[in-house]
Design a protein around this ligand. Structure first.
Ligand code: NAD
Length: 480
């Protein structure tokens, strides 16, 4: 069985403790690889290696670092199909989605930050003829990057790329649920000319490896993407150590559908924004709010479209939804569907596990589920389910739509469907969210600030915000 090793100081090695964790394929439920079960000793070794590598990596300058990251991007792209196959096997997502979105975006992350660093500006503030100030932005040494399972390589590289481009070395931990593509990437670092110790990947469990990275006194900054509860724990540990923190957390995103929208475009996109990646994207819209005059038409058309989605073999071209990521997660999502019914929700379609045949008989599949008849305060509409489950709620006025949209502790993304320009601006301003998509979804420009408000996170990633996070600003004031 394949063994997935740590990358520390340029070498692929097992965990120091010698332990292994099972890695499952969600499509079949079978164990297909063993993962290094690392602990604080492996993290220590990685941090030492990273500190040794830092001066030379930083001294390489922007052009040198950029060239190395572009080579890594090129190597991933040249093996796009191998990476996509691995991502689909490890996560259960449709292979076509991994080919079209996950892996190209990982390549784009490296290309974007490898070139963004070449254009990263420093400000100057002139005090008439008294003095001149300039801002020197320097890397701080070693960054800790911790990522989740839903978009494994996509989000892993979203953190690593800006950290490395800015001149830091990295100790990174992918999710133990989906470590395969991070491992595959670690086998390319040497060929790409990334010097030993610059990028270290330590595999294993969150409470062991993630906690050791968070608490390590020689890692001054942590970039984390994952659940809100884990984010709170990281903040609790990191705060007394005065670490810089970027926290990208959960969501319960609203989709506001006004009667004046382009119905067909809205319908097509809302099917995608609900169920892409089995609903396991932090940006998926899980609460669909529909103006009452359109409600019945929308509900009927939406449910027809959702019933036609094919749940099946992630490797098959025709599959719309693959498997959810783990048995635990499947059980959690099914428990939420049961809870929704207990709360008075009416299941319009889906609502159960999908049992496939043959080799896929033990895989973890859930039918895309649409529920109506639930108020904004019930748990189904308050808590993140993170699976193929959406609710529908009608509204009468713009004011009511906003009040429903803002009625959760989360504030990551939101989607608005309308053709009224004035309403677009009003609603976009009033939504409590870090991201507002109008008449579109998941349209991403990597230069834009990305992140959430309320319990969806602290800080912004992307573009200049990421490069600022991964550097320390120093003001130099020179008297004239
Ligand atoms: P998770 O919080 O369980 O795990 C995320 C990572 O943190 C994993 O690598 C895990 O091993 C690690 N971890 C767990 N406990 C830790 C600890 N005590 N200290 C340090 N690290 C620890 O999240 P998940 O289940 O992997 O991912 C799903 C969640 O991620 C959802 O809530 C989703 O909304 C969120 N998410 C947010 C964004 C965003 O950009 N805001 C993007 C994707 C996913």
């Amino acid at each position: 069985m394949e063994q997935l090793l740590n990358l520390i100081d340029g070498e692929l090695r097992p965990a120091m403790g010698g332990g292994w964790l099972d890695v499952h394929a969600p499509a079949t439920g079978a164990v297909y690889a063993q993962l290094a079960d690392s602990d604080a000793r492996d993290v220590d070794m990685a941090v030492e290696a990273a500190h040794r590598a830092f001066p030379a990596w930083n001294a390489l300058g922007r052009e040198g670092r950029s060239a190395a990251l572009l080579r890594l991007a090129h190597l991933i792209e040249a093996d796009l199909d191998g990476f996509a196959q691995d991502e689909s096997r490890d996560n259960g997502k449709p292979l076509a989605l991994a080919r079209r979105v996950d892996i190209p975006r990982a390549v784009a992350n490296f290309r974007f930050f490898a070139t963004a660093i070449l254009h990263f500006p420093s400000e100057a503030h002139l005090m008439d003829d008294i003095a001149v100030n300039y801002t020197d932005r320097q890397p701080f040494g070693v960054a800790g990057c911790i990522s989740p399972w839903n978009l494994p390589l996509y989000l892993f590289t979203w953190k690593i790329a800006p950290a490395l481009a800015a001149g830091n070395c990295v100790v990174a931990k992918p999710s133990e649920v989906t470590p395969l593509t991070a491992y595959r990437m670690s086998t390319l670092c040497k060929v790409a000319g990334i010097p030993p110790g610059v990028l270290n990947i330590v595999h294993g469990l969150g409470p062991k490896v993630g906690a050791a990275i968070t608490a390590h006194p020689r890692i001054p900054a942590i970039s984390f993407t994952g659940g809100t509860r884990t984010g709170a724990e990281i903040a609790r540990v990191a705060a007394p150590l005065f670490k810089k923190l970027s926290l990208e957390l959960g969501g319960k995103n609203p989709v506001l559908v006004f009667a004046d929208c382009d119905f067909d475009d809205m319908l097509n996109t809302t099917v995608r924004s609900s169920f892409t990646n089995q609903g396991q994207i932090c940006l998926c819209g899980s609460r669909i709010l529909v103006e009452r005059s359109l409600y019945a038409r929308f509900r009927d058309a939406f449910v027809d479209r959702v019933r036609a989605l094919r749940v099946g073999d992630p490797g098959a071209e025709a599959t719309d939804l693959g498997a959810v990521v783990s048995k635990d997660h499947m059980e959690k999502v099914l428990a939420y569907i049961e809870l929704a019914q207990g709360e008075g929700g009416r299941v319009l379609c889906g609502g159960q596990r999908v049992q496939l045949d043959g080799a896929l008989a033990n895989g973890w599949y859930i039918a895309p589920t649409v529920i109506e008849n639930l108020g904004p305060q019930c748990r189904t509409n308050q808590e993140e389910i993170f699976g193929p489950v959406v609710t529908l709620q009608p509204f009468d006025t713009e004011e009511e739509a906003l009040s429903l949209a803002n009625a959760t502790p989360y504030g990551l993304a939101s989607v608005v469907w309308t053709s009224d320009v004035k309403r677009t601006h009003r609603v976009a301003r009033a939504l409590q969210a870090g991201i507002v998509w109008v008449n579109c979804w998941m349209l991403r420009d990597l230069r834009t600030p990305f992140g959430g408000v309320k319990q969806s996170g602290v800080g912004r990633e992307g573009g200049v915000d990421a490069l600022r996070f991964f550097t320390e600003a120093k003001n130099v004031c020179i008297k004239l």
